[in-house]
Write a protein that binds this ligand. Structure first.
Ligand SMILES: Nc1ncnc2c1ncn2[C@@H]1O[C@H](COP(=O)(O)OP(=O)(O)OP(=O)(O)O)[C@@H](O)[C@H]1O
Ligand SMILES: [Mg+2]
Length: 239
């Protein structure tokens, strides 16, 4: 399965989850039911926000949808998770990693950039993980940085960039391999309203021009309003 095989314009389900549960166990009598049975469908080409109170399970859901965590399968109805028509609920770690690297891009609030590398090197590194060759990876990385308006800053290291610029590097990193799906957890959480507007217009453009499907976890009503649809969570369930 490569990006090109995923049809981005059909409006068919790109991600489909049923009976998604996740309990964190901290000790014998101490556990948190972060997801209590979530059914969710994300269609190809959608830009969706996941909103809800702190602790309601948004990040946990994003980790499960992004194949970073497997849903619990040891209690309750059997969990189902399909990505691009393929059952991914019970894949091994190797195959999950491969799908993540090639088909998904992640944007986290605490940037996770490599401090000793320039913006261009950070994005090129991600291109390598996604399977692009050296030269191709570097030119795709340049393109991605240009798309987020950072061509002029590609030689800067993270500590030589503003918060908003660092966030744009992580977005460039997430989209360098043109993944079908971009999952972002509080992508504008550290940014002021002007920078938030810039990031939102980058996401909107990607969604419109490249048919990328975007799932944005956010507390920011401005982000919610910019999306096609808002999924609201409360206490580990879709509200
Ligand atoms: N690794 C973990 N171990 C134990 N409990 C966890 C872990 N991660 C999250 N939790 C708990 O699971 C619940 C859901 O957490 P989650 O991070 O999904 O919430 P959230 O909706 O993203 O919240 P926020 O808006 O504050 O980021 C919370 O009660 C949290 O304390
Ligand atoms: Mg969270």
């Amino acid at each position: 399965m490569t990006s090109t095989e995923i049809d981005r314009s059909t409006g068919e389900a790109l991600l489909e989850g049923r009976n998604l549960r996740k309990t964190y166990r901290l000790g014998r009598d101490n556990s948190v039911e972060a997801l209590r049975g979530v059914d969710v469908t994300i269609r190809a080409g959608e830009m969706v926000a996941i909103m809800g109170p702190s602790g309601s399970g948004k990040s946990t859901l994003m980790h499960v949808l992004g194949l970073l965590h497997a849903p619990d399968a040891n209690h309750g109805p059997r969990p189902e998770l399909c990505f691009a028509g393929r059952d991914v609920a019970s894949l091994g770690e190797g195959e999950r990693t491969r799908i993540r690297a090639r088909e998904m891009g992640f944007v986290f609030q605490d940037f996770n950039l490599v401090g000793t590398m320039t913006a261009l090197e950070n994005v090129t590194l991600a291109a390598g993980y996604a399977g692009l060759g050296r030269a191709d990876g570097r030119s795709k990385a340049r393109e991605a940085l240009a798309r987020v308006g950072l061509a002029e800053r590609s030689g800067h290291r993270p500590n030589e960039l503003s918060g908003g610029e660092q966030q744009r590097v992580t977005i460039a990193r997430a989209l360098v391999s043109s993944p079908a799906l971009v999952l972002a957890d509080e992508p504008t959480g550290n940014l002021d309203s002007a920078r938030t507007g810039e990031i939102l217009s980058i996401f909107r453009r990607l969604n419109r021009d490249e048919g990328q499907t975007l799932v944005l976890v956010t507390h920011d009503p401005e982000v919610g309003e910019a999306c096609d649809r808002v999924i609201r969570m409360r206490d580990g369930r879709i509200a």
